[in-house]
Design a protein around this ligand. Structure first.
Ligand SMILES: Cc1ncc(COP(=O)(O)O)c(C=O)c1O
Length: 359
């Protein structure tokens, strides 16, 4: 994995925070570490690479991000293995997904080696913040925003690339027990030709209303359908989805409006390695109903950096409730175990998914 050769300045905090004690319920994104990393882009180049104390950002009120929403982010994790070895899971994947998003949003991508070096430098500085408990990790949030101040509608010529860190536990408050999902039939997350396939902040803005309405009714997340037929399954707010049928495991094929998830890619890789019949194809709610009626819809789970592998216990589509298998010897448990064993170093990293930091 190529980390760059950029020179970072370091300003240490004079006011270090106390770290959450072991066994604190970390939740997701509640705690932040002492420092962030940042680089600026202007006059056609990236410069002023720095690690500085966590503090407010100062920006022109006319900055492009505030008005025209040029904002992209990434999410990945660092883990503490035995002997205090710290590893970052697949940083190259996230670097290239951000670069792809930059094309779609006409933004200036940080070079991949700068992206990876930034993560490595910042996590090294904050290595004591990587939690020790199994299931916990240091979540890494690289973010890119257009900072140039102007009001004519056009892409920004100036950018800020910054990364912050948050020690996290389980994404869902129920600690990887199963989740309840509402199939959204009124609002849409993304349309063909739109932004769905990139990690644009705008996609999350458009998903918040439906997700919070359903949260009030006791659902953890919504499952998004395609914008045209409202029958094809796309993804959940923060996860890609897999369906386990009697003779086939299916995940929706990437159709230009689904975010290509990193964990989705790992799961496909493992299932193929295990010689299980997995397909990336179109899957509709109508097919799901038929499979369920035949007793052949066995399991559903979501995949994502934050959610890892999260089984779906209940899926509500209009007035029909799917009750799904979540206990015992499920495929989702087998995948969860395999991926987390690689992340925490219990089994060899046979796919070169981990980038180890120097001590
Ligand atoms: C909309 C959406 N889909 C899918 C995913 C899963 O992507 P990844 O596995 O790269 O975390 C995420 C999570 O980050 C997401 O926000």
């Amino acid at each position: 994995m190529s980390t760059g050769n950029y020179s970072f300045s370091m300003t240490k905090t004079s006011n270090p925070l106390s770290k959450p004690p072991p066994n604190t319920a970390l939740g997701f994104g509640k705690y932040f570490t002492d420092h962030i990393a940042a680089s600026d882009y202007s006059d056609g180049k990236w410069h002023t690479h720095r690690i500085v104390p966590y503090s407010n950002l100062s920006m022109d009120p006319a900055a492009c991000v505030y008005h025209y929403g040029q904002a992209l982010f990434e999410g990945l994790k660092a883990f503490r293995q035995k002997n205090d070895k710290i590893v970052i899971f697949r940083p190259q994947f996230n670097a290239s997904r951000m670069a792809h998003g930059c094309q779609r949003l006409s933004m200036q991508a940080p070079p991949e080696d700068l992206f990876i070096q930034t993560l490595a430098e910042l996590v090294s500085v904050e290595r004591d913040w990587v939690p020790t408990e199994r299931g916990s990790a240091l979540y890494i949030r690289p973010t890119l925003v257009g900072t140039e101040g102007f009001l004519g509608v056009r892409p920004s010529n100036e950018y800020l690339f910054f990364t912050l860190l948050s020690p996290v536990g389980s994404y869902y408050s129920n600690n990887h027990r199963s989740v309840r999902i509402w199939v959204e039939t009124e609002h849409v997350r993304a349309a063909p030709g739109g932004l769905g396939a990139v990690k644009a902040a705008a996609n999350y803005a458009s998903s918040l209303y439906a997700a919070s309405e359903q949260k009030k009714r006791g659902y953890d997340q919504v499952l998004w359908l395609d914008a045209v037929t409202k029958d094809q399954i796309e993804e959940v707010g923060t996860m890609n989805v897999f369906f386990v049928f009697k003779n086939e495991i299916v995940t929706p094929a990437l159709n230009g409006s689904i975010l290509p998830g990193g964990v989705r890619e790992c799961v496909l890789h493992l299932l193929r390695e295990w010689k299980l019949p997995v397909s990336e194809r179109k899957i509709t709610m109508s097919e799901l109903k038929e499979q369920y009626a035949r007793g052949e819809f066995l399991e559903m789970f979501g995949t994502g950096t934050a959610a890892v592998i999260t089984p779906v216990g209940e899926l509500q589509h209009k007035d029909f409730t799917y009750k799904l298998n979540t206990g015992g010897e499920t495929l989702s448990t087998r995948l969860y175990e395999e991926i987390t064993k690689i992340q925490y170093g219990d089994i060899p990293d046979r796919h070169q998914w981990l980038m180890a930091l120097d001590k």
